[in-house]
Write a protein that binds this ligand. Structure first.
Ligand code: Z5A
Length: 217
């Protein structure tokens, strides 16, 4: 028995956590067993690495160093959470995964693409997402949403400090991944109200599960 693996990607404040929680509840109500998790994080070890990365303490060591830390966290997360849940036939919903590394740790000139590809293969050992939802909206709107939420919570993290141009370039990088891998990626217009977005994601998810069910796997 094997479950299904859905990841949610996009820029800061795109609504990934919001949508994961909604679709998670929706699938549970349909009778599926669902695991909701996130990267970097999801295990005790990976949450410790998350702290180091988001605090900015690893930044001075450079992008490669940060990429290796994200990969290390991912290996632990796959071993401890994702692989066991999929083996038990559960649906795993993960907030960020490989595409975030490609986008955030990739460099504009593509100098370290080969290294990142190798690192990705090493870390995921074949655990590719069945579907990746790319929540797309102008970076300016995402940053404003995140700012508004932050008023109630904590300080800005290492990646949220980047300016609008950097965040907009990341949006384009996610869209390029989606264009290159249309089988896996679905671009979702996240510049709408929460319910409209959720309906789209639920429909795509149900269609996928129905196709799998009809095909007997
Ligand atoms: N990172 C990396 O560099 N490399 C990697 O390999 C990985 C990650 C895996 C993790 O940050 C950081 O690590 C991330 C990339 C880097 N940094 N950044 N930026 P995180 O986990 O702390 O945060 P995040 O992933 O960026 O998520 P977020 O900013 O919390 O955004 P979100 O989950 O997409 O959004 P949300 O929490 O669902 O919504 C944000 C607010 O908007 C909230 O108040 C909602 O109520 C509101 N919202 C949501 N949807 C809507 C709509 N449709 N309309 C209006 N308001 C909305």
């Amino acid at each position: 028995m094997s479950g299904y693996f859905f990841t949610f990607e996009g820029g800061e404040g795109a609504g990934k956590s919001t949508q994961i929680n909604i679709v998670g509840e929706f699938l549970k109500q349909k009778g599926y067993e669902v695991v909701v998790t996130r990267e970097p994080g999801g295990t005790t070890g990976s949450e410790a690495i998350r702290y180091v990365l988001l605090s900015g303490n690893a930044q001075k060591m450079g992008r490669c160093f940060e990429a290796v830390l994200f990969a290390a966290a991912r290996i632990d997360h796959i071993n401890e959470v994702i692989a066991p849940a999929l083996k038990q036939g559960k649906i795993v919903l993960c907030d960020r995964f490989i595409d975030s590394t490609r986008v955030y740790q990739g460099d504009e000139k593509d100098n370290n693409r080969c290294k990142l590809e190798l690192l990705e293969k090493t870390a995921i050992v074949g655990y590719m997402p069945d579907i990746t939802f790319i929540l797309d909206l102008p970076a300016k709107i995402g940053m404003a949403r995140a700012d508004k939420r932050r008023e109630k919570t904590v300080t800005v993290d290492r990646f949220e400090k980047d300016d609008l141009a950097v965040q907009e370039a990341r949006r384009q990088a996610f869209l390029e991944i989606a264009a290159a891998e249309p089988e896996r990626c679905r671009v979702i217009n996240a510049n709408r109200n929460i319910d409209e977005i959720a309906k789209d994601i639920e429909q795509i998810t149900l269609n996928f599960l129905k196709r799998k069910n009809d095909a007997g796997n």
